[in-house]
Design a binder for this molecule. Sequence first.
Ligand code: ZN
Length: 413
Amino acid sequence: MDVIIREASLRDVDGTVDIGITNNYIENIRPNIGQTASTEIDAAGGLVLPNFVDPHTHLDKAFFTELADPPERGTLPELIELTGEIKKNLDESAVRERIERAARDAVANGTTTIRTHLDIGDVWEQTSVRAAMDVKESLAEIVDIQTTAVPLVRSSPEKGLTGTDIERLERALERGVDAIGGEPNKEDTDQLEKDAIDVYFDLAATYDADIDLHVDGLNSPTARTAEYIAHKTIEKGMEGQVLISHVSALSYYDKWHRRDVIDLFERADLDIITTPKEDQIVADHDTTAVSELLEADVNLSIGHNNIAGTISPYGSLDMLGPAWLLAHVAEMRTPTDANTLIDTVTHNPAAALGLEQYGIETGSAANLTVCVEETPLELLRTRLPRRAVLKDGSLVASSSLSTAVGVNATHTV
Ligand SMILES: [Zn+2]
């Protein structure tokens, strides 16, 4: 065997087990594997999870807080303007550096699949796509990067999606991005919004791409874009290929309408991404209807979203951060809730992004994170550095932590 993880706790198994890995795959899961391996990792009773999956982030705008003058009031228009100013001063190698740094930080925390949105607006055009494609290749051994091209809203004075926006999207798709992004709610009228969505669906069919949109991030019962997207998904037979993020408006519908919309989401097999960090910090956002989506058969995942960005200056590239926040926002406090939260940063986004052989079973890809904590609830509570992270059977990150307390710091805790 190539690797054996000893004394691992798994979420669905009593007691501890050893996990044997050969040729990048899990070969064996049972107590006390008698063989030895060239790499042995002692989990010491810690929880072992399939690696975290981040289905919604913006790697190209990571660490913008380091470049900006501190905002005066922190209003959304001020922060958006600040973001635009910073972008003007970054060339492709500077963008590439940020993407790479953020991706490495994510791997350290056990995230080895990331779907990043990439800005293809007026300032950067294809800069960020080129930079991300470069990092995707250079870091392929430690992280799988998926990409969504976003024709940033109002990239010209014209209203609606312009010919230039569409051309940029096509160029990005030709470069191999996985999904078409956008924020249709920002269009001036419902009709322009629908026209933009129709174009996205046509392009997705032509290029066999996913659709991955920022939608209904408004605390308004009149925001109804997600419904139109769900309807189009069914009409075009794209069930399972469409992701929508935020969907805050769902929380503001009356309960009967919400029930109908959730039923529509189920039929369209939409993947919903909530990003609690941004949804709590932006004034007109709120978190989507988490408990009702979870009760229904809708695949709900958490996205990390901004990383030390101007809009949210927080973000540690640890998926347990937003999961911890969602636990509070959505009042998830039982051990069962904690287990569900772990699903929203592992199995659920893995399904949303179409990952194969994902999980901890014989034959699964050996993409595993070894935690210090023994239970999901404890893991969310303390979020200690991960002991080890494996991707395709290779050790790609490890951390250690030693803390001492007392006079002269003599007592190790
Ligand atoms: Zn976003």
